[in-house]
Design a protein around this ligand. Structure first.
Ligand code: SAJ
Length: 446
């Protein structure tokens, strides 16, 4: 099949689409191409997940507007059929791959899942097919690991017998379908004409800009956009710690700084979690160790150190009140990695809990979005020696803190997300705000 023929088949929707990896990226993509009218084959090695989807059930947790109905709709009309057998992909003309691409403890990318998918696909790859990687990968991976693995397993040659694309995902938990439909996408092709075919392909499900480019640029864009955000957050966190020492209020400071044209200081907080921001900076620099990058790794150190910093604020405050950690009860508010989300991947709260438990404190964890912790807030707060707000869930931002705390005495509140709008109005508690000077902060925790 020539590229022109593939293009025609996409235009007429005769092209058979396959999606490898039916997680929070792949499943919505598979459903949207099926909904657009393509015969779509979903492949996942998890047979249980495959069976669940084929029964019209959405296996993805959390609130994902529209996804339950869409899964039911496209499986009922059989536009989407899922399998665990790569044999069924023999007929596929366009194959997208969204499998996990983690980094290890040395912050190096691990491509075992990707290589396994590419090897299995190569064994059945149709001549003339287009393979598009949606997973986030480090720069130069397409032209090395991806191309080499697929050529070896298929016995075919890139740009002669098959084509490659890289269209990095830009999904967000809680708005999977919305982001796929509306976010702009970078379209990297192994040839300029491949990128053009990919634009036609994605136009079936994406209303946002589709920006054609080469494979390397597409790899660089995704990893850079997230490394950039991580550095921005680290800057805010470091300025917050400066304010705690020299005086000042980083939250007011941020507002005034951002009045200056071209400034966009982000928010300090209890840390940086999630599935992409903590990982993508390491992907970006993994191939450039020869220049020993410093700024990007340092930003990771600052951000991953924030849970320890918030723990230091908490333990210092307890000790300043003459309370011993080992007998203290601490109410931890927020366990998800992001406000108003139930996603706990790489949550900074988990690190904070680890520090507090190691110190022997008695913890009460609360989170309205996580079933195990969605208990009555006032009960969780009652009698706690310290209350630590780690996530800016709406429930905490909208709470009437004076009422919640009115029958307590000299409790400590550590607000790491600037949730309490008027701390000065809190009468019966000492409020420690991340990034705001407080002369009550004295000795360092050992
Ligand atoms: N965070 C801060 N301060 C900030 C912003 C975020 O501490 O000013 C923390 C959050 O609490 C969270 C972590 O950083 O723990 C990540 O938050 P995020 O708002 O970046 O949300 P993510 O992790 O879902 O990031 C995704 C990314 N999207 C993709 O990778 C496709 C990111 O590129 C987007 O910029 C981000 O969503 C977004 O803007 O919504």
């Amino acid at each position: 099949m020539t590229l022109a023929t593939l293009h025609d088949k996409i235009q007429t929707k005769e092209a058979v689409v396959a999606v490898i990896g039916l997680g929070y990226v792949g499943l919505p993509v598979a459903c949207m191409f099926a909904q657009a009218g393509f015969k779509t084959i979903g492949l996942d090695i998890d047979a249980e997940r495959v069976a669940q989807i084929n029964q019209g059930k959405n296996p993805i947790e959390g609130i994902e507007p529209g996804l339950d109905d869409l899964v039911a709709q496209v499986t009922e009309n059989h536009n989407l059929q899922c399998t665990s057998h790569y044999d069924e992909l023999k007929q596929a003309d366009v194959i997208t791959i969204s499998v996990q691409t983690p980094v290890d403890d040395d912050h190096l990318p691990r491509y075992e899942h990707m290589k396994s998918a590419l090897t299995a696909l190569g064994n059945v790859l149709k001549q003339g097919a287009l393979v598009i990687i949606e997973s986030t990968i480090s720069p130069r991976t397409m032209q090395t690991i991806i191309q080499e693995t697929l050529e070896a397993s298929s016995g075919m040659r890139l740009n002669e017998d098959f084509y490659l694309g890289h269209c990095p995902e830009r999904v967000m938990p809680g708005r999977l379908l919305y982001n796929i439909e509306n976010m702009s996408r970078v379209i990297g092709g192994s040839l300029p004409e491949v990128a053009d075919v990919m634009v036609s392909f994605y136009r079936n499900i994406v209303k946002g800009d589709l920006d054609p480019t080469d494979l390397l640029t597409a790899e660089l864009v995704k990893t850079t956009e997230n490394a950039y955000r991580d550095v921005q957050i680290a800057f805010a966190n470091e300025v917050a710690k400066i304010c705690e020492v020299v005086g000042g209020d980083v939250w007011k400071l941020r507002e005034l700084v951002n009045k200056s044209p071209g400034r966009n200081m982000l928010y300090p907080g209890a840390g940086v979690g999630g599935h992409c921001i903590p990982k993508d900076p390491w992907l970006l620099i993994s191939g450039a160790q020869s220049i020993s990058p410093t700024l990007i790794p340092s930003a990771r150190v600052v951000n991953s150190g924030m849970p320890a910093h918030v723990w230091q604020l908490t333990s210092n405050s307890l000790e300043n009140q003459g309370k011993t950690i080992a007998t203290a009860t601490i109410a931890v508010l927020g366990y998800a990695y992001l406000e108003n989300s139930d996603d706990t991947r790489n949550s900074p709260s988990a690190d904070f809990v680890q520090y507090a438990q190691t110190a022997g404190a008695n913890l009460r964890i609360h989170d309205p979005f996580i079933e195990a912790y969605a208990t009555d807030l006032s009960t969780v707060l009652q009698g706690a020696d310290a209350i630590v707000i780690l996530v800016a869930h709406n429930q905490y931002k909208e709470a009437d803190w004076n009422t919640l705390l009115n029958n307590t005495s000299n409790q400590i509140i550590v607000d790491a997300r600037h949730v309490i709008p008027t701390p000065e109005q809190i009468e019966h508690a000492q409020v420690i705000i991340l990034g705001k000077y407080s002369n009550k902060r004295t000795k360092k925790v050992k």
